[in-house]
Ligand binder design. Sequence first.
Ligand code: GLU
Length: 285
Amino acid sequence: MRKRRWLGAGASLLLLATVALTGCGAKNEPASTNTGGSASTAPADDGSAVQAIKDRGKLVVGVKFDTKLFGLKDPGSGEVEGFDIDVARAIAKKILGDETKLELKEVTSKTRIPMLDNGEIDLIVATMTINEERKTQVDFSDVYFHAGQSLLVKKGSAIKSIDDVTKDTKVIGQKGATSIKNIEEKVPGLRVQQYENYQEAFTALKAGKGEVLTTDNAILFGMSQQDPEYVVVGGTFTDEPYGIAAKKGNADLVAAVNETLKELKDSGDYAALYEKWMGEKPPEE
Ligand code: GLU
């Protein structure tokens, strides 16, 4: 069994070089219509989304506050830290020339698309899988991380892989995550207990309300670090390519994000970030 399958997927970054930077020719940025305090950007592909962020002087990004390794808020310092946070900083630096011109707003898997839709945030950088259904709701960047769904169990559990999960297994998950549908499709008749966020889900697992917590392996590895009595088992049974989401039509913003990702990769900063958070070098492309 490969121990950390998500590490095998950095090859996705190949996509960064190959996927067309839609709208990247939009150099003429008309004056923004948005001068308010919200993150609302004009739903146009004419450069106005990036201009609105420049006019506002800060980028507003929806991130997880409860997901170790990607976006976790330290209750003591109030700081939010993780791989997604560092990627968001790089995007702020690219657009505004200063990585501190960034406001982080908490999203959950359930709230992230509605918050983008109603203009509370400019971008979602929050362990979000690119899939066909979501592509009808948001515009995605190139893939910036590859995870796969897996299982977290208490050490010594009889459940060793997805093959041991039956419709009667008590499985815990998070509302709005792809993981729920994936596992319910894989195990007909199974109904996942769903929680608002990952810390609530993990607390429920630890309280014995379920035998398994399922989501992306990379997220589960973070939980296992928080409490080593819980371990990730069975490898992965789905592909979860992460993308950064912008409101539909904001092609100039997606292009700026893709340029940032490409620059991170070309400079070696992506590899450094990956190693900082995942504890290993990203795989060879
Ligand atoms: N990557 C999966 C998703 O986008 C699970 C992680 C999450 O809930 O953010 O649904």
